[in-house]
Design a protein around this ligand. Structure first.
Ligand code: HEM
Ligand SMILES: *[C@@H]1O[C@H](CO)[C@@H](O)[C@H](O)[C@H]1NC(C)=O
Ligand SMILES: *[C@@H]1O[C@H](CO)[C@@H](O)[C@H](O)[C@H]1NC(C)=O
Ligand SMILES: *[C@@H]1O[C@H](CO)[C@@H](O)[C@H](O)[C@H]1NC(C)=O
Length: 510
């Protein structure tokens, strides 16, 4: 998932290296222009990586501005050409039509492999295909579906209890942090079959694991901005020394978990394993006892499922507070679909959020989708081009170029969504009968598209709908401070900078 080459100006050595590289960069551009003889043309240069650095805190605003102006453009970077597109036909081409020519490449693999190994996020080709095949099968089974729903329900009820306490005592809540912990607990249990409880921190080892996990992802991401990470790794100093330490903690925790599970399976050879719904047990059955392979599966799925859903739910809460009429409408739909008149216990309410009830919640589905259109959890997604090619818009790209599509910018393009592109309007996703109406995945790119479309899309919607149905059904929300500017933090996933402080009020209670 991490894919962007952001550089921070705060590092003097980085600026020095980059200044020297600027000359190289101009020379390369001149060379490329000279080669135009062969009739190829390249996308307009809209800026350099320096402009990106200067706009670091408002990165996606900057790139949205450029996308509106050029649709597809290049930014000059001393190390590689970077092409950014918001053009649906180009997106369809790189993600589907010529899928095999655009992938993670060695660049992403090298950055990610210490944390994510040969997991589904880091590899291309046959290695990817095999994991994709087994995982898609497992994700579509009724067993995983039922197991995950039971976990979402349990964690949604836990969350509701915490929100309820705050509502009763008039305390404000930092909802993003709560959601992050709650989705971590959910995905961890779905993947590993055991409780982490980062919500209450009752499990000391679990807390160490989830801290090490967050630190390792942040340090892995840092490699994308640190031109010297390989030297630091070799010398085992600074951020790389720390990363080595935290991945060691992660590995010990995960290998212990795997070994315990293998022992349990050996003891109860038959029957036992086939009853377990978690992903680890399923892979153990299908692939046998390859600990490294299983470690990679666990870490990749946890990283995929944790921050994305929490970030989306946080922006959703923000939108609901900004637009109280939409909040009321969604709450009304939840009330109707679950036939709730009075809430006596959250556990009871949660069990009224059945599959059938969720199916009826078209408005909620539309409102979550509208949130993802404007605040996609993965705002920019980069691929590496494997051989010279020409995109459908007529411009060319070269072997080694980084080619990115931009869900954040695309969600705000008037040429895709019309003049009200920047407005939050769930109705745009509903047909005349109020039924959800999907859009082309090459326009709405929050989940990627093509053969590598997000594998957890349905899973994520189910989780997000259960969580938000429980929150909306039981509470009304307001921002703690209407005046406070809410914006994103520039990193791989689109989080709310500094979290989201809200006030909760009980609904439908005596
Ligand atoms: C709102 C929630 C989510 C969003 C917006 C989202 C978005 C994405 C995106 C943009 C990608 C492509 C990343 C890349 O270039 O490698 C992706 C891939 C993936 N996602 Fe999600 N995701 C979400 C939730 C989940 C959840 C909950 C799971 C699992 C439980 C999951 C599992 C995966 C997997 C396994 C892949 C890799 C697919 C492949 O490479 O074949 N995602 N997702
Ligand atoms: C919370 O606020 C309400 C209304 O402002 C007030 O009536 C109530 O006593 C407060 N409760 C607590 C525990 O402070
Ligand atoms: C809406 O419902 C009517 C009556 O059931 C049906 O004829 C029509 O095709 C529906 N419209 C859409 C867009 O599905
Ligand atoms: C919020 O942002 C606006 C414009 O970007 C600025 O004028 C205002 O002072 C900011 N408010 C706060 C509380 O920071």
């Amino acid at each position: 998932m991490p894919s962007m080459a952001f550089l921070s100006l705060s590092h003097p050595y980085v600026s020095a290296v980059l200044c020297a590289a600027l000359t190289l960069l101009i020379a390369k551009e001149v060379l490329r222009n000279l080669k135009k003889r062969n009739g190829k043309k390249y996308h307009p240069v809209a800026g350099t990586v320096f402009n990106q650095m200067l706009n670091f805190n408002r990165m996606h605003h900057y790139m949205t501005h450029l996308a509106a102006k050029y649709r597809t453009y290049r930014l000059l970077n001393p190390f590689r050409y970077e092409v950014y597109t918001a053009e649906p036909c180009n997106v369809e081409y790189i993600l589907k039509t010529n899928f095999q020519n655009y992938g993670k490449g060695l660049y992403n693999y090298n950055n990610l492999k210490d944390l994510l190994g040969d997991g589904i996020f880091t590899v291309d080709g046959e290695k990817w295909r095999e994991q994709r095949k087994i995982s898609s099968h497992e994700f579509s089974t009724k067993m995983l579906r039922d197991y995950s729903i039971s976990i979402f329900r349990k964690n949604a009820a836990k969350l509701a209890n915490i929100v309820s306490e705050a509502a009763t005592s008039n305390n404000t809540l930092e909802i993003q942090d709560l959601l992050l912990r709650s989705t971590m607990d959910s995905i961890f249990q779905v993947v590993c079959g055991t409780e982490l409880d980062s919500m209450f921190g009752s499990n000391q080892e679990g807390k160490i694991f989830s801290d090490a996990f967050d630190t390792s992802s942040a340090l892995t991401l840092y490699r994308y901005v640190d031109v010297f990470w390989k030297i630091k790794k070799f010398l085992n100093i600074g951020s790389e020394a720390k990363l080595r330490k935290t991945t060691k903690i992660l590995n010990e925790f995960v290998f212990k978990l795997i070994n315990t599970r293998i022992q349990q399976m050996d003891i109860s050879k038959e029957g036992f394993e086939s009853k377990r719904g978690d992903i680890l047990s399923r892979f153990l059955q299908v692939k046998g006892y390859d600990s490294t392979y299983l470690r990679d599966i666990i870490l990749n799925f946890v990283i995929a499922g944790k921050d994305t859903t929490a970030a989306t739910l946080s922006w959703f809460m923000y939108m609901l507070c900004k637009y109280p009429a939409i909040q009321e409408k969604a709450a009304e739909e939840v009330k109707e679909a679950t036939s709730t008149n009075k809430i006596s216990s959250y556990t009871d309410f949660v069990s009224s959020v059945t599959d059938e009830a969720l199916e009826k919640m078209n408005y909620l589905h539309a409102a979550i989708t509208e949130t993802l259109r404007l605040y996609p959890a993965v705002p920019v997604d980069a691929k590496i081009c494997f051989s010279d090619d020409t995109l459908p818009d007529g411009y060319s790209v070269k072997n080694g170029d980084m080619v990115s599509y931009q869900p954040y910018a695309m969600g705000r393009m008037k040429f895709i969504w019309g003049d009200d592109a920047e407005d939050f309007r769930p109705e745009r996703w509903l047909d005349e009968n109020g039924t959800f109406k999907p859009e082309s995945p090459f326009k709405f790119t929050a989940f990627q598209a093509g053969p590598r479309i997000c594998l957890g899309k349905e899973f994520a919607y189910r989780q997000m709908k259960i969580f938000s149905a429980v929150l909306l059904g039981c509470f009304r929300f307001e921002l703690k401070d209407e005046e406070k500017n809410v914006t994103y933090k520039t990193m791989i996933n689109l989080h709310i900078d500094g979290g989201l402080e809200i006030k909760a009020f009980h609904r439908f209670r005596d």
